[in-house]
Design a protein around this ligand. Structure first.
Ligand SMILES: [Zn+2]
Length: 378
């Protein structure tokens, strides 16, 4: 198989698909699926393009989800090759923008799919590819549009694998089974400015806020659970004062961010903060921005099959984790029963000289193929 996935990876990297331009790569994938006997639909909006492909007529649906867009190259002169959009091979190392995040994984899945359909009967499976050109950007017209399409067409995915680079030190060491939520509070404490020698005529927001700050920063939100680390609140900025030593400031502004797990909702976290601010009789303005809710897919047979496939190919058992930033899984969870993220290592993604090893690409292809065989085992 090795030549095939390497050839496809070279082709995919050559499309200069900097977010949100797919640069022709989605047509390339659609053609590939069509040659295998499948069909594709496009849902595009503004500059973003999305591909929904399917092959097979079975009842159980397995989907592979991912993105063809990549982040910009940065200073091209720092790359080992003169063109980051051409895979540069240096011994066993493959260098190029997107090889790990995540064109390598798409190439691996395409070859696994081609191998799988050769030996399976069309009505025993249904496999979908859900590929967007806007994951690295703000994603507004990307995966959310795919999810909308699936819902409008009453398509519910049984098993979904997102090919994001999930591994750390070795291919196969980590599978992501969920992600934490992210909630930011922007807070202004209102006081009354005046001469520092006449504090009785002023209200110092630093002093009025201090006890509330102490209380909030000492809360133990939860102990985490089987899959998630404890919820954490961190103050990121706090500003007050005019930069002089004789004026009591009129206001204090700060912001803080929650990385929270499935023990909480964003509403109950917000209420705890408001209650403390009110208890301390503070005058304040508070706005929230909620960028991601936490999600956790059912840990069922899909995770078991993936563990088995990784074990068969790599000889190790992956750890189930939920750490890291947010991903498109936050949207896909709404139409998938079981979902996980598994792909290459993430040690140099988005960096100059992004790279993977040839062996990792081959092994990932084998893992995906073995996974399809296990998922559709009769
Ligand atoms: Zn990615």
């Amino acid at each position: 198989m090795i030549d095939k996935e390497l050839e496809i990876l070279r082709d995919l990297v050559a499309f200069k698909s900097v977010t949100p331009d797919d640069a022709g790569s989605l047509d390339y994938i659609a053609d590939f699926v069509e040659k295998l006997g499948g069909k594709s639909t496009r849902v595009d909006r503004n500059q973003t393009t999305n591909l929904i492909s399917e092959i097979g007529t079975g009842n159980k649906i397995f989907a592979f989800a991912g993105h063809v867009d990549v982040v910009p190259t940065g200073d091209v002169s720092l790359w080992k090759s003169s063109n980051p959009f051409e895979v540069h091979q240096d011994g066993d190392t493959l260098i190029g923008r997107g090889v790990a995040d995540m064109k390598g994984s798409i190439a691996a899945f395409m070859v696994a799919l081609a191998e799988f359909v050769k030996s399976a009967s069309f009505d025993d499976y249904k496999i979908m590819l859900l590929i967007t050109s806007d994951e690295e950007g703000d994603a507004t017209d990307g995966t959310p549009l795919i999810v909308e399409y699936l819902k409008n067409n009453n398509i519910r995915i049984d098993n979904c694998v997102i090919g994001e680079p999930s591994c750390t030190d070795k291919l196969g060491d980590v599978v992501k089974v969920g992600r934490r939520g992210s909630l930011t509070g922007n807070l202004t404490i209102l006081g009354k400015q005046g001469h520092i020698a006449y504090p009785h005529l002023c209200e110092n927001p630093i002093h009025t806020f201090a006890p509330a700050l102490a209380e909030i920063s000492q809360i133990k939100w939860d102990n985490g659970n089987q899959y998630f680390p404890p919820t954490s609140l961190q103050f990121a900025n706090i500003n007050s004062g005019l930069g002089v030593s004789n004026v009591i400031p009129g206001k204090l502004t700060c912001n803080f961010n929650f990385r929270y797990n499935t023990e909480h909702t964003h509403n109950d976290l917000q209420q705890v903060i408001v209650k403390i601010l009110d208890k301390h009789n503070l005058k304040y303005e508070l706005t929230w921005s909620h960028s991601a809710k936490p999600f956790m897919a059912k840990v069922g047979s899909l995770v078991g099959s993936l563990h088995q496939a990784v074990n068969n190919v790599c000889g190790i058992t992956p750890e189930n984790k939920t750490d890291g930033g947010t991903s498109d899984g936050r949207f896909l969870i709404d139409c998938c029963d079981e979902m996980l993220e598994f792909g290459l290592r993430n040690n140099n993604i988005h960096q100059i000289n992004e790279s993977i090893q040839v062996q990792e690409l081959t092994d990932l292809t084998k893992v995906y193929l073995n996974l399809l065989q296990l998922v559709f085992k009769k």
